[in-house]
Design a protein around this ligand. Structure first.
Ligand SMILES: *Cc1c(COP(=O)(O)O)cnc(C)c1O
Length: 376
């Protein structure tokens, strides 16, 4: 955790559960990504954490934004983003959302089907559109693949059709899956995009942009490759497939922009040994699957947990949330160990929880308030 977060926790002793997020760390992340990929324009994936202080800081740094809904478009505009710096990147958009964004001056939209393309032609005429390709999500701890994207062949047809419908056939996109650990995922996807790009150019389509999506990982329990490592692999693949004639490059980091800037501060509600003879203790926190830790589903994202007793002898634990729902278990099979000296009433910190937590918190399920947030 950053010194600022540590100091805030020590001095303010905020009520739990809460997220404490250091905005300066977001700025550091933005600068690091920009430095690693200077040729890429950064579109922050707002859904990772849409808090106004984050958006405002990113606006001041010259970031662009990837919005998933009209509400997110609104949040970006309210934070001071120019409409031309906002991409409506969800391939599934309500007509009213397309109309609202277009009326607000947004002119860049994603699609992955003929049906959505026709909606865009009708309700956002003349806009820059880009087609999302279905790519392999192997290597990602939080894959997205099955729900989005189309085949290379269909993308080709749709991009030609886009021009016929009076839209601007701007580019192609993909997403290699979130918390992607393997740089090869980008290399393979860039290869696919490169071939289609050339093919479309030859067919007379004025295509000029490649959107590499998000996916860069955050360090949770395990080490992850650095941003530089991904950047090197990406630029190597871009040069290999595009030569000196590089297209405009976009990236949409979400998790890697805000994840390591935040800490969830939580209370241990109970440490119990319900099953006599079982060495595994059950540790119940005042935050769980419904309080914002939705990415623990399938134990996909494994947050690192710090206690006041780190360094003491540990024993196996199952870790669960406070609600009366049987699904409200975070970790049962991932070999979590916590200090034997950990007691109820103490606080713990879930590290690198700045992304995909606050907005996943339910509205008063079991009466619990949504997660409190402190941006410092
Ligand atoms: C969620 C999402 C992102 C952000 O992905 P991360 O893995 O958090 O970096 C980027 N682009 C699109 C289209 C998304 O849906």
């Amino acid at each position: 955790m950053t010194p600022k977060v540590a100091q805030f926790l020590a001095e303010s002793r905020p009520a739990t559960p809460c997220l404490v997020l250091d905005i300066d760390r977001v700025e550091d992340n933005f600068r690091a990504i920009h430095q690693a990929l200077p040729l890429a324009r950064i579109y922050y994936a707002v859904k990772a954490n849409p808090a106004a202080p984050i958006l405002e800081r990113l606006v001041s740094l010259g970031s662009s934004f990837d919005a998933a809904s009209f509400e997110e478009v609104r949040m970006c505009l309210d934070a001071g983003a120019a409409p031309l710096e906002i991409s409506f990147g969800n391939t599934i958009k309500k007509i009213s959302a397309i109309q609202g964004a277009y009326a607000a001056g947004v002119t860049m939209f994603a699609f992955d089907s003929q049906e959505e393309l026709e909606k865009l032609a009708k309700h956002a005429p003349g806009s820059r559109v880009y087609c999302r390709l279905l790519v392999e999500n192997k290597g990602a701890d939080w894959p997205l693949s099955r729900k989005f994207g189309t085949t290379v062949q269909s993308a080709r047809d749709l991009m030609i059709r886009a021009a016929e419908l009076g839209l601007d056939p701007y580019g192609l996109s993909f997403h290699v899956g979130s918390q992607q650990m393997d740089t090869a995922a980008y290399e393979v996807a860039i290869g696919q995009v490169g071939m289609l790009f050339t093919d479309l150019r030859d067919a007379g389509v004025n295509i000029r942009m490649v959107n590499l999506g998000g996916g860069f990982p955050v360090r949770y329990r395990e080490e992850v490759p650095t941003v530089d490592k991904f950047a090197n692999a990406i630029m190597h693949a871009m040069t290999e497939h595009f030569g000196n004639d590089l297209p405009e490059i976009l990236i949409e980091p979400g998790r890697s922009m805000v994840g390591n800037a935040g800490v969830v501060h939580a209370e241990v509600v109970l440490v119990s040994r319900r099953i006599p003879g079982d060495p595994t203790r059950w540790v119940y926190l005042d935050i769980g699957r419904f309080g914002g830790l939705a990415e623990t589903e399938g134990e996909s994202i494994k947050y690192r947990i710090e206690t006041q007793h780190d360094g003491d002898a540990t024993g196996p634990v199952c870790i669960a949330g406070p609600t009366c729902d049987g699904a409200d278990i975070m970790y049962e099979r991932s070999n979590y160990q916590l200090p034997l000296s950990l007691e109820m009433g103490e606080t713990v910190n879930l590290m690198s929880t700045g992304a995909y937590v606050t907005t996943y918190a339910s509205q008063r399920f079991n009466g619990f308030a949504p997660l409190a947030e402190h941006y410092i």
